[in-house]
Ligand binder design. Sequence first.
Ligand SMILES: [Zn+2]
Length: 646
Amino acid sequence: MSRIRELIDTLNKWAYEYYVLDNPSVEDREYDRLYDELVRLEKESGRVEFDSPTKRVGGEPVKAFARHKHISRLYSLDKAVAYGELDAFFARMEKAGAEPEYTVEYKFDGLTMCLTYDGGKFVRATTRGNGTEGEDVTAQCLTIKSFPLTVEYKGLMEVQGEAVIRLSVLEEYNKTAKEPLKNARNAVAGAIRNLDPRVTAERKPEILFYNVNYIEEDLKTQSGHFEFLKRNGFKVFPFLKICRGADEVKSAIEEIETCRKSLDVLTDGAVVKLNDCSLRETLGYTDKFPRWAVAYKFEAEESVTTVKKIIWQVGRTGKLTPLAIVEPVELAGATVRKATLNNYGDILRKKVREGGKVLIRRSNEVIPEILGSLDPVEIGEAVEKPTVCPYCKSAVVESGANIFCPNRLCRPRITGKIEHFAQKDAMDIEGLSEMTAGLLYDKLGVRRCSDLYSLTADNLAKLEGFKEKKIKNLLSAIEKSKDIALERFIFALGIDGVGKVGARDLAKTFGGVRRLASASEEELTALENIGEITARAVTGWFADADNAQELELLLSAGIVPKASQKAEGVFSGEYVVLTGTLTKYKRSEAQKIIEELGGECQSAVTSKTTLVVAGESAGSKLEKARKLGAKIIDEAKFEEIISSEN
Ligand SMILES: [Zn+2]
């Protein structure tokens, strides 16, 4: 064995003991001595091995993060905040299998990561992103030493973990930092989603692994996942309780709730999973979550502060919402400067006064809410009910519990509307932020979303900061938005109460925006996701002359909302699962082909599954499919079917 290989293996072993096991066997000095020798030899030979520790110091900054699709979706977990919700979960699990066994583990509050390995080697690290696709942060991640570059397992796999920065490390960092970091969660996200890997290295994040997200081998249980990760050299937090029944789970959660306060890492809950992976596959997934796991979130944290003043914000519907500006206060590791209130009635009910003390509560990452006044007697100034819009000074009108600015041309209403219209899930006009909408309002007289479609390069050139490239990009994004799915167009209209799900329902049922415009309240309330109030909002929206005119303007500007037509083909009506490795297609390609030919792809075999395409070394899914009687074909047959279609 060459000296270089010997040095790499020794240094990697020491790093493993130090970073993963927290149990170093040599002094730093000794490590440094060998490390320096390795650097010298690598320089002389002009070669750096794949798994050399010298690769992990942080390279040059990257220009942008490439997007990368995860092999298998990284689901978020359904949340429970009360034992009642947990009980409902247990009841569902018990229905699925007699006396199921659960695992309970910590839920860390950091940045979720996905690491890909193939042929026993580290390939890539990505952030969770939207679950399907994340950002490639390989260069940044390489500087983290709590995961291996080579593993014993030789197949293709993706493992999942939470990147965190220890609170003590953060404190140490802040002692000398130019800009101290307030919150460990933001610090780790900023460290990893930083174009410069040297910044990542400086902040010393680590990754705690807890899940094998994709693997062809059958790991059988959650504890099996943990064992597998440990065996392959990943850092795993040493707490995994295997529990029988609800009571044991609850006492494990209580243990976590007590112990987490003295932990050096931010946590915000406990994760409960079914231990048995085959039972999990039977349960499958909802649209968003696995059915076999739940995250129990601990009570959000509370704090006391003083209200400096109340300001009123105007939304796209004209509604005035109070926002409290408060004395900065630390809460759950972040500095809070603002807190929300619902409306004027809420202010009275909670006895909030300018200058008075209030209790605020922060749950998750949203702006904290004011729970109520803490003053035994009235202190400070009473909050006045606005009589005019803070922006346009129009006299406000009251409707129910809320106050509205009736001026349809009021600036924040228009910019809010445009921002909603242009967002990713709506018309997806990239580069059209609320700020840009403000510029369009101020300088180019844009007052309606339909005005966007008559913007010209000459107009835009008048705006500050709009150079040729930016103008071209914005105009082409606007042009591109004309070709739009009906459901997104309906969502973009900004009808009260019609979110993405409701819009999808409306698009599916009515198949066209004009058909929707003439729908009756009865027709609307018949839909699953549309209640009475929303139904009235929909008919009201289309009955409004101004809206009707805007709709015509949008359509005559060339927008053609398309009702989604499900593709038809040989796979129509089939629920298809891919398993094993296909030699000629990437998994994502095969999925696309199946969907284009009318099939629906599933990530796991369920009782619904009708067809399994089995590649090489297909694992447990195959067995399961056999048991459930799904049809199984190999890659050759798959190819034959596809080519018969062409
Ligand atoms: Zn106004």
